[in-house]
Write a protein that binds this ligand. Sequence first.
Ligand SMILES: [Zn+2]
Length: 140
Amino acid sequence: MNNPKELKARFPYQFEGEAISMSYSRGWFHLFSRLCADIDETLGKDKRGFQWVQVKEKFGAARVYFRLAEGVRDQEPDLAQRLTEKKFAAEAASATTCAACGRPGWIDQRSGWMLALCEKHHQARLDDTLGSIWFEEDEL
Ligand SMILES: [Zn+2]
């Protein structure tokens, strides 16, 4: 899956319903894509009303939020726990992954707000040549 549009076509149920905001950086997309596949497998046959609510950047790394249909958390607390662990693992991985290219990176704020980038892209941001790291409207 190369962009959010392809990802949504693969796991449509994860993107149904109302979302607060969905911002995808190019460098972190493979992490999110893998997380969606992992969650799909964890849910098994019954997708139990899983939906993404928000995908964004915060303090230099990715933050992802989901909701489960009413009752699922009470019925199966272990499932919610497992999904949350996967979410945390992907968020943690984004802190050491360049948001522009997906190579190993680290969070730095030399050139403005905190953002995980590789050396090349930290330098590009300092030189003001980084450009947009986010997917464009037609790829969503
Ligand atoms: Zn990079």
